[in-house]
Design a protein around this ligand. Sequence first.
Ligand code: BG6
Length: 503
Amino acid sequence: MIEAKKALFTIFGATGDLAKRKLYPSLFRLYKKGELGENFAVIGTARRPWTDDFYREVVRDTIADLQDSDAQAEKFASHFFYQSHDVQDAEHYVTLKQLGDRLTKEFHTECNQIFYLAMAPQFFGTIVKHLKTEHILTGKGFERLIIEKPFGSDYASAAKLNKEIGQSFPEEDIFRIDHYLGKEMIQNVAAVRFANHIFESIWNNKYIDNVQITFAEFIGVEDRGGYYETSGALKDMVQNHILQVLSLLAMEPPTHFTENEIRAEKVKALNAVRKYTEQEALENFVPGQYVAGDFDGEHYVGYREEPNVAPDSKIETYAAGKFMIDNFRWAGVPFYVRTGKRLTEKGTRINIVFKQTPIDMFSSGTDNTLPPNILTIYIQPTEGFSLSLNGKEAGQGFDIEPIKLEYRHDAEFLGNSPEAYEKLLLDALNGERTNFSHWDEVARSWELIDVIRNAWDKNIKDIPTYPARTMGPTEANVLLERDGREWVWDPSYWYIERGKLKL
Ligand code: BG6
């Protein structure tokens, strides 16, 4: 029997894209499942002068595909209230408090409050300060802060922000969103490792040759050019999502599967990631930017032609690199990572490439030509795992043929994966922080990323380019070739063979 949670949500940035695309539908799903009942209310704030009625219309639009009936959607929307709000004006927080107090009584929320910061990060500090000084925080129920990325734009700004919010909320009430941690298969990484002895027992540098983490997107920057120009792929994806995934893959098994122990192990893993010197950063990380390209009869413009992007922009829409982890488990095993916009297709996956057998007894030469065993964890768009092995081809002779054990399904099609935001909102309501980033993780990630960013800013005059809808600049292939390796996954060949892509 689900016990419905009681809380007042205050969303800063209620008219924005994230609120509409993710938050309202996720709250509605929780409502449909009974995780939220009648004892919840939402105050949406932003600068625009909307009325409650208009706000409820907007909310209803966002859940149109999910509702069972109009009456149900209407009832849900009746929990939503709008307050036009200037985050820098102290007076406005007084009005906000009055509304909050009224709704707390009306909806019997037991003084529990969740504050959701889904707006321009430069205001995070101001908002949080006012929540305290204007006594919106009462200390009566639980009071939790959910904060969207980016958490700072480098180590110094992240530390400053952390200090500011730390004056109003203790670390255990701060929920820093990394929406990848809400994804089903990311959470499954721990299951793959710790529930399968055959994997965990060989999860080390004795048996693993290299690890490849790919976060590929085929979309361009769309209408986010303004933000992206200040961020780039390194800060947008590597600092947070990719390093989080890397830490889950690399951490030691926690003694118990609890929040504190998992976090402690993740932090230890991140601390063991080698912090490069400027020169090492240049050698081990490659930026890239997409230029115009044609794919399957469509023409795609280059990044510099996108809206709100400088015509001479040097910002990377692609980043690839090699992390090394200096501990007993991982010494000598490269973790290659890459992410980019306008790549061949959307695909988030992890390839664990195992070492080859000590000798290849099936080949006449001295080289080991056996394909390596690879465990692939598919995050999206399909979810699942596959394991590539070698077997004997049927018939006379002794030819080795690769075979694949596969367990894959289309997450959306089967509908068994709750949307990441739904999971994360429920975690926050339950006070469960395992799937959020702790300050120690954020701090270490920025330390690692700052070096790379600064090295690029100082030294790279001409950013390497790649045609839209291909898998990145050739420099990213050279990065692995130099080590005698290659990227396991390159979907371009499939399209080239079918005449959809020319390189
Ligand atoms: C966000 C980035 O954090 O993740 C976006 O800011 C990116 O640039 C997005 O497109 C990818 O998330 P998903 O869930 O669509 O893979």
